[in-house]
Write a protein that binds this ligand. Structure first.
Ligand code: TYD
Length: 138
């Protein structure tokens, strides 16, 4: 465990399947499937398969990313861990807490990423420089 004052963790969460013969259904509830108060929701769509997005971390923000349609790959890195995660189901969520350097790539044409966030948009919370991320994560 590092001595950074910042939260730095990620986790893949499986959501309950509430679907039936009529189709799929997944519900996300605050403090149940979503481990924080939801202050913002944004979504990423019309992605370009050859483009890599993200390439940043946050100081305090907690997020839960759900690929509600299609698929893409999230590369995530904390002070302790590094993984490449294929997100290809609306019943999976990727929790990103604080200092997690992340990028998204290999988008399918129908990829839509919905992100629930614990706070309003604040550029000051972004860490967009990898060396700054490395220094903060120590
Ligand atoms: P950014 O987070 O850099 O995109 P990504 O990580 O998906 O590549 O955001 C792109 C731009 O959109 C940037 O100028 C900030 C702005 N933005 C908002 O204004 N509000 C938001 O909630 C988000 C996520 C981004």
């Amino acid at each position: 465990m590092g001595s950074s004052k910042y939260l730095s963790s990620f986790e893949l969460i499986d959501f309950p399947d509430l679907g039936d013969s009529r189709g799929g259904l997944t519900a996300l509830e605050e403090f149940r499937q979503v481990p924080f108060v939801i202050k913002r929701v944004y979504y990423i769509y019309d992605t370009v398969s050859s483009v890599t997005r993200g390439l940043h971390a946050h100081k305090k923000l907690e997020q839960l990313a759900v690929v509600v349609s299609g698929s893409c790959v999230f590369d995530v890195e904390t002070r302790e861990d590094k993984e490449s995660i294929l997100m290809d189901s609306p019943r999976k969520g990727l929790y990103l807490g604080g200092l997690v350097w992340h990028s998204m790539h290999s988008f399918s044409d129908d990829c839509v990423i919905m992100v629930l966030a614990s706070d309003y948009y604040d550029e000051a919370d972004y860490v967009r420089n990898y060396s700054e991320f490395s220094a903060l994560a120590i």
